[in-house]
Design a protein around this ligand. Sequence first.
Ligand code: ZN
Length: 141
Amino acid sequence: MRLALEEARRAGTDVPVGAVVLAPDGTTVLAGGHNEREATGDPTAHAEVLAIRRAAARLGEWRLAGCTLVVTLEPCTMCAGALVQSRVDRVVYGARDEKAGAAGSLWDVVRDRRLNHRPEVIEGVLADECARLLTDFFRDR
Ligand SMILES: [Zn+2]
């Protein structure tokens, strides 16, 4: 989560959310990403999507079986869908997103029993620090 927070701090004018994908060994960082919607004009450029794409490119394989995605904010519906599609084993997130979260708050897409892949979810890791980054960002705007 410390590495995901470092990614978030690199978001510049974008909302500070950062993500990293860990290899099946649980320690090797395959890829990272932070929000780049403002920077790239791409509405799908969320931290999780970018990290997933880079990890898959590095592995040369779309399946991220055994991998863990760590993200500072609870994934939205798009990212939750991407996490299911990528077959990651585990999703670890910091702050909850009561307004748009899709991993336990507003929806629970990643653990929906109707889907054929359901990653394990661990929430609340360094939640205060992750949330503070966001509240500071929006207060300064
Ligand atoms: Zn998202």
